[in-house]
Design a protein around this ligand. Structure first.
Ligand code: PMP
Length: 427
């Protein structure tokens, strides 16, 4: 049994010594002290089904033995030396990652987080094109660092600072978007924005292929293909933010962008790539990478031996355990069951997503789509009481996000749906 400090003490210390912007889930925050595959355990030993994976980060499963072993074995030999010396781990990991990429995406940069990956991608886009303007989607999240905050387009995460030239275009959201699922009209809006809101040239376009923080919002089918053409004609490069959607989570494809039939010029990733290790990456073409060679680009921890050994193990485990097809099977089952709940509960306005990247949007009125903010908060607590930890998202916090470790089973999916069904019936 756990013998460490209890929730009250930890919470008090956190309030005293950590920044005031930290937020926590649940009225009485959980003190999570252990994790095992799709389960989390609190200080009392109570087990929770983890349907949010440390914010879509734990891909293989909490403390997956093979990933853990790779980290420990490397840690015993060498934790750190940086790329000023040779080490096989970073090279092996880069080779394995590049082999997962389509087209000419073969040059890998390792960083430590999603924000850093997007910072680097934006820098490359600007250097390569000689333009400044970046286009991102409303309702997107691309990071909280001082320059990625500009790409992020949710007021809840933005501090008022100078952001550089960044344009936020209408979100091609099939549920709430002004043009429904009509990708052509959303794409035309991007062209209009370039024509009327920029010099006519842009550095790049960035989008998540299913918006995560924004509430598991899929892009209108065919949108990226149309927009990538428009961006290329305006001299820009196209960046896919795969921080949440990569590594087979969407089930049908290894990368989220593949669901839209495009190949980006730059792909950014983090979270699932490390199963919990602080790890991010940018993958691009030789041609784009060449602009970085005009100066030194260095990252002290990027690709350090421990993270690289762990990251390589993650890629191998996901393949060995066939997690992509597993996400497809379990995710389809979960989506089907959730959609059938819509017949019974008016409050469920939309069920969406792919694989194990699922959103459930709650509304007080299906026609007006008024966010059921208060009800979502009550259900969220109720689900925790029932032993299920889900995520919350969307600007109004009225979307449940089910994005569990990828070892999540059909039985786990059934448990989540049954718990939600019961919780709603008690409202
Ligand atoms: N991109 C996306 C799509 C994300 O969801 C996040 C984190 N929620 C980031 C970038 C930033 O990642 P990090 O928190 O590792 O900086």
């Amino acid at each position: 049994p756990y013998k460490g400090p209890l929730a009250d003490e930890v919470f008090a210390k956190r309030k005293k010594f950590l920044g005031p912007s930290l937020f926590h889930y649940y009225q009485k925050p959980l003190n999570i002290v252990e994790g095992k595959m799709q389960y989390l355990f609190d200080e009392s030993g109570r087990r929770y089904l983890d349907a949010f994976a440390g914010i879509v980060t734990v891909s293989c499963g909490h403390c997956h033995p093979e990933v853990l072993n790779a980290i420990m074995e490397q840690g015993k030999l060498l934790q750190h030396a940086t790329t000023i010396y040779l080490h096989h781990a970073i090279a092996d990991f880069a080779e394995a990652l590049a082999s997962k990429m389509p087209g000419n995406l073969k040059v890998v940069y390792f960083v430590n987080s999603g924000s850093e990956a997007n910072e680097l991608a934006m820098l490359m886009a600007r250097l390569y094109t000689g333009n400044l303007g970046m286009i991102s989607l409303r309702n997107s999240y691309h990071g909280g660092s001082s320059s990625t905050i500009g790409l992020t387009a949710l007021n809840t995460w933005k501090y008022p600072i100078p952001e550089g030239e960044i344009h936020h275009v209408i979100n091609p959201d099939p549920y709430r978007g002004v043009f429904g699922s009509d990708a052509t009209r959303y794409a035309k809006e991007v062209q209009d924005h370039i024509d009327y809101g920029t010099s006519g040239n842009v550095a790049g376009f960035i989008a998540e292929t299913i918006q995560g923080v924004g509430g598991a919002v899929e892009l209108a089918p065919g949108y990226l293909k149309l927009v990538y053409d428009i961006i290329h004609k305006a001299g820009g490069v196209c960046i896919a933010d795969e921080v949440q959607t990569g590594f087979g989570r969407t089930g049908s494809h290894y990368w989220g962008f593949e669901t839209q039939g495009v190949i980006p010029d730059i792909v950014t990733m983090a979270k699932g790539i490390g199963n919990g290790l602080p790890l991010g990456a940018v993958v691009t073409t030789t041609e784009i990478a060449s602009v970085m060679a005009q100066k030194i680009q260095f990252n002290t921890f990027g690709g350090n031996p421990v993270c690289s050994a762990g990251g390589l193990a993650v890629l191998q485990v996901l393949d060995k355990e066939k997690r992509q097809s597993h996400c497809d099977v379990v995710g389809s089952h979960l989506l089907e069951r959730l959609k059938s709940l819509m017949h019974r509960h008016e409050i469920i306005g939309d069920v969406r997503g792919r694989g194990l990247m699922v959103g459930i949007e709650l509304v007080t009125d299906r026609k007006e789509k008024i966010p059921a903010k208060a009800e979502t908060a009550v259900l969220f607590e109720k689900l925790r009481e029932l032993g299920v930890l889900v995520g919350k998202g969307g600007l109004h916090g009225n979307v449940f996000r089910i994005k569990p470790p990828m070892c999540f089973t059909k039985d786990d999916a059934d448990f989540v749906v049954d718990a939600l069904d019961y919780a709603i019936s008690t409202l």
